[in-house]
Design a binder for this molecule. Structure first.
Ligand code: UD1
Ligand code: UDP
Length: 370
């Protein structure tokens, strides 16, 4: 009988759950693999919410989350917790995703035991170690450790080659978020959200660490400016669970409840429905930049640079930073100019075609000579 590949997926936050779920389900359905899922619990509710949607139950949960947790705390507790799990449960390969502190610490735990690490969403670079913070360094370090690189695009693969990673271990697969999105669009969209009326809907999310404090206040001012300029618009703001973020947004914007619907984090299919319904998206999220391009929705990216530069060069998104005037200017351009809105329909889809998971599975099988 052929030996099974013992594969451990380590995930900790909402985007890792959404982007890894289609791959986990594919691998679980393949007889060549024995798949285990370890959740670090860097996120609790938001992680469980995403996994529940894809029908995935963790085999083991480190349950580390604390309120307002520090980076030192996340990194050290994930390193120790994943390390202990690996000492008790031997593995042939570990898969990590993206750029969170879970990603880096889990990769390091694998490296300390000389277990090959596959990095899904490898090679993204802003080339500024503080933007986004601490994600740029998390992914650089995960890539130093990895044995297999699943780069979403050619550009990400080029970044890895320039840094000296072994070219024979770098594969361009597309981003698994597009697999998750397409699967959701064709199977599970249920429009639970009541969009009330036909007011132009603007979907807004914000959570990045580098925006904490004054930049987040500026973002809120920009929302007020947009409402003052166009009182007919409705904002939908699903608040991230992080108290450092939600307290500021709520305090700044609570008096605008005629124009703003605040919600808890939405279930993934509801969030996809909201993206579809919106006239544009205002966000600092990484994943949403990718999804917006596949849905051909304009996204105003509240960052000064992006590790997904194709969004900007192809024009599927516009960098507006956290400057309230820039945000207002671009928002009004989209709201008031039909030709500009239609321009976004023609911009292409740089982040994948929905077949990333199949490619990753085949690459892992080939790596183990199956
Ligand atoms: C984390 C990741 C970030 C990723 C984001 C996705 C790091 C350092 N940051 O940022 O890269 O883009 O997730 O959303 O890896 N909380 C809850 N319930 C939850 C989740 C969070 O209460 O389900 C609260 C807790 O108080 C927690 C805080 O949010 O301490 C911050 O969580 P943390 O994972 O440290 O940072 P995020 O900003 O969520
Ligand atoms: N998302 C969701 N519900 C929400 C907000 C976001 O399901 O209320 C999804 C979104 O579609 C994307 C992912 O969460 O796939 C992005 O997560 P987040 O912005 O927290 O992290 P980032 O992508 O910035 O790392």
């Amino acid at each position: 009988m052929q030996k099974l590949i013992k594969l451990l997926c380590v995930i900790g936050t909402r985007p890792e759950a959404i982007k890894m779920s289609p791959l986990i389900n594919l691998l679980k359905g393949d007889n060549n693999f024995e798949v285990k899922v370890l959740t670090t619990g860097q996120h609790t509710d938001m992680l469980r919410q995403a996994l529940a949607f894809f029908n995935i139950k963790a085999d083991f949960d480190l349950n580390i989350m604390r309120e307002r947790q520090s980076l030192d705390y996340i990194t050290s507790s994930v390193l120790t917790g994943v390390g202990r799990y690996l000492d008790e449960n031997s593995q042939d390969i570990i898969l990590v995703h993206g750029d969170t502190s879970t990603t880096f610490a889990a990769a390091l735990a694998g490296f300390y035991r000389k277990i090959p690490v596959g990095h899904v969403e490898a090679g993204l670079r802003s080339k500024n170690i503080y933007l986004p913070f601490p994600e740029e360094i998390n992914r650089v370090l995960a890539d130093r450790i990895a044995s297999l690189y699943f780069a979403p695009t050619e550009l990400d693969a080029e970044n890895l080659k320039h840094e000296g990673s072994d070219p024979s271990k770098i594969f361009v697969t597309g981003n698994t978020v597009i697999d998750a999105l397409f699967w959701t669009l064709s199977n599970k969209l249920n429009n639970n959200i009541n969009f009330e009326n036909d007011a132009p809907l603007i979907l807004m999310t914000a959570h990045r660490r580098e925006s904490w404090g004054e930049p987040l206040v500026q973002i809120c001012h920009a929302v007020k400016d947009i409402i003052n300029a166009r009182p007919d618009v409705k904002f939908l703001i699903p608040l991230h669970k992080n108290p450092t973020v939600r307290e500021v947004i709520y305090k700044e914007l609570k008096d605008f409840n005629n124009n703003i619907i605040f919600t808890e984090p939405l279930d993934y299919p509801d969030f996809v429905a909201a993206m579809n319904k919106s006239i544009f998206i205002l966000s600092d999220s990484g994943g949403i930049q990718e999804e917006a391009s596949a849905l051909r929705k304009p996204v105003l990216i509240m960052r000064t640079l992006s590790e997904r530069p194709q969004a900007v060069t192809l024009g599927t998104g516009v960098l507006v930073g956290t400057d309230r005037n820039k945000i207002l200017e671009q928002a009004l351009k989209i709201l008031n100019n039909k030709d500009y809105r239609e321009y976004f329909l023609t911009r292409g889809m740089p982040f994948g075609d929905g077949t990333a998971c199949l490619k990753i599975r085949d690459i892992i099988l080939n790596y183990f000579k199956f």
